[in-house]
Write a protein that binds this ligand. Structure first.
Ligand code: NAP
Length: 333
């Protein structure tokens, strides 16, 4: 079978460009015992994949040059040599950016197609949803009436994190990069306030104006100067979940921001970085809660769906200019 795949052609220097990717054709071998042949339906592009394009050690291994990019994907089983899967099943797994691929059965999760749209398994019912769930419930731990700030609020993780804080009856403030995103956060997702950091230069005073009682919990998806302005407003015994630092991923030198350690000391602030995998033994619990809330209409979701396998690199790059509202998904067909 002839397939199309997208490989890492070169490593980025700063912001990735389309030339870092190359599309090529390949002949796929036949499948072995315990394997399935898959046809890709939906791909997820995620900010952490930027780190994997570097040749440096991190929690996720680097992509190898001239090998396919790998990411979360919902696919359909076309042929199976595993008793656990039959033709027509839908699965989710970490698969190569390829129109078709062969995977070991044990690396795939079968999707219950009755629960939600298939693509939700890459977002609210997938890694980003679980990230929001554990970061908010285990680190931010908001109580009723507390003020919670979320940066990167209109993205895959932020939208869910904010709604979970609302379920806990917190006062929720989102930070996002367009007026449209801010309007939606308030009107559709129940945020109490939303600030466009691109039109309003965020300072300590601006955050203080929007959070008059100070900030009790901060869910940080972006880092850099935005986070510094929130940090200056943290309350005694506040909590910070350091989930992502997207403002730093393409920088050749890290941003110079005020030191936060004195603030952490004098206000007894808990700051905890985390990777969703830290909670892997509890994914079942997280998935069950998220699924239930989606079914009950307590959690709403939003996706930006781009059509066409060839649009994968562009959609990935668009994460860094904020073109996505909610989860960025690529529909292959
Ligand atoms: P996302 O928010 O759906 O997409 C990225 C968004 O980041 C963009 O839409 C853009 O929105 C914003 N952004 C891009 N460049 C920025 C900059 N320089 N400054 C401020 N905002 C910027 O992505 P996601 O999947 O939900 O991930 C959000 C964060 O969580 C990322 O940092 C990611 O690495 C992290 N994450 C961590 C874990 C974990 O296990 N710790 C798991 C998943 C994700 P605007 O229009 O608002 O700028």
């Amino acid at each position: 079978m002839k397939i199309t795949q997208i490989v890492l052609a070169s490593r980025p220097n700063g912001l990735p460009v389309l030339e870092n990717f190359r599309t090529e054709e390949k002949e796929l071998k036949s499948i072995n015992e315990g394997e399935v042949l898959l046809g890709a339906c939906f791909f997820s592009v995620d900010p952490y994949m930027r780190g994997r394009m570097n040749d440096s050690k991190s929690y996720a291994a680097s992509y190898e040059l001239n090998n396919p990019i790998v990411g979360a994907c919902v696919a359909r089983v076309i042929e199976s040599r595993s008793p656990g899967f039959t033709i027509g099943d839908f699965v989710v797994g970490y698969l190569p950016w390829a129109t078709n691929s062969i995977a070991k059965a044990e690396a795939l999760r079968k999707i219950d197609t009755h629960l939600a749209p298939l693509s939700y398994n890459l977002g609210i019912l997938g890694m980003p949803g679980l990230t929001a769930y554990f970061g908010m419930t285990e680190i931010c731990k908001p109580k009723a009436g507390e003020t919670v700030v979320i940066s990167g609020a209109a993205g895959a993780v932020g939208i869910v994190a904010g709604q979970i804080a609302k379920l806990r009856e917190a006062y929720v403030v989102g930070i996002a990069g367009t007026d449209e995103k801010c309007k939606l956060l308030k009107e559709q997702f129940g945020f109490d306030e939303a600030i466009n950091y691109k039109t309003l230069q965020l300072t300590d005073k601006i955050i203080a104006g929007i959070c008059p009682k100070g900030v009790d919990a901060y869910y940080d998806n972006v880092g850099g100067e935005i986070s510094s302005s929130v940090f200056a407003n943290l309350n005694f015994h506040s909590r910070v979940a350091v989930c992502g630092q997207i403002s730093q991923y393409n920088r050749l030198k890290p941003a110079i921001v005020p030191t936060i350690l004195p603030e952490i000391l004098t206000k007894s602030i808990l700051v905890q970085g985390f990777i969703v995998g830290n909670f892997s033994s509890r994914f079942g619990e997280g998935f069950a809660h998220l699924t239930q809330w989606v079914k009950e209409g307590k959690l709403k979701y939003k996706e930006t769906i781009v059509q066409g396998f060839d649009k994968l690199p562009e959609a990935f790059l668009d994460l860094f200019s904020g073109k996505n509202l909610g989860k960025m998904i690529i529909e292959v067909g």
